[in-house]
Design a protein around this ligand. Structure first.
Ligand SMILES: [Fe+2]
Length: 201
């Protein structure tokens, strides 16, 4: 389940209902779907799309999405550092960024609309660490960035409104470097003997 952390405090939100409630005023939709027993350990990307076809169809109808695929990122993915360097700078998209996490984890950072650089240091920057079962929709125009945890693994269903796919518009003077890429989720920390920031990707 997702872990939401406010950057200006130690406040952390972990129940799915509370995470969804916090995100709603920002236009960000969050849901947690059951994943237990739905996929085998060796599921292919096609298996994932087939298993979640009903949910994907529902999202397509409600959000105007026209295509879905699966992105699978692992430590041995060719060009991983270059790929992650595209995500970890503050940017927007002209379409929604919709991700349903099937395996692994990662962190979306949100720089809330309407805030400026000064306000960003008070209450308008927060992170959502997602893991298996978490659906998040970051609406078009939302200033955000993304990083992995140090296990460098995530597998997600992506939905697109534009078949041309993922295009970032980077923010001049983006604030991503002001916020260390830390992972705080319970399942992530359960496997750790100490809490440490991940390497800046
Ligand atoms: Fe993005």
């Amino acid at each position: 389940m997702a872990t939401l952390t406010l950057s200006n405090s130690d406040r952390r939100i972990e129940s799915p209902e509370a995470v969804a409630q916090f995100l709603e005023p920002f236009g960000i939709h969050y849901e947690h779907w059951p994943v237990e027993g739905r996929l085998s350990a060796d599921a292919t990307n096609d298996d994932i799309l087939a298993e979640y076809a009903p949910e994907i169809e529902q999202l397509k109808q409600s959000g105007g999405y026209v295509t879905a695929d699966v992105i699978n990122v692992a430590p041995d993915t060719p060009g991983l550092d270059e790929m992650l360097a595209k995500f970890d700078k503050e940017h927007t998209h002209s379409e929604d960024e919709v991700r349903f996490t099937v395996e692994g984890r990662g962190v979306f950072w949100i720089h809330a609309p309407g805030s400026d650089q000064e306000e960003a240091n008070t209450a308008s920057v927060f992170s959502i660490e997602v893991e298996a079962g978490d659906l998040i929709n970051v609406p078009a125009g939302t200033q955000h960035w993304f990083h992995l945890c140090d296990d460098r693994h995530i597998r997600c269903i992506r939905l697109f409104q534009d078949p041309a796919g993922w295009t970032p518009d980077y923010m001049e003077g983006g604030i991503a470097t002001d916020h260390p890429p830390v992972c705080w989720g319970r399942s992530y920390l359960a496997g750790k003997t100490e809490v440490k920031p991940v390497v800046q990707l």
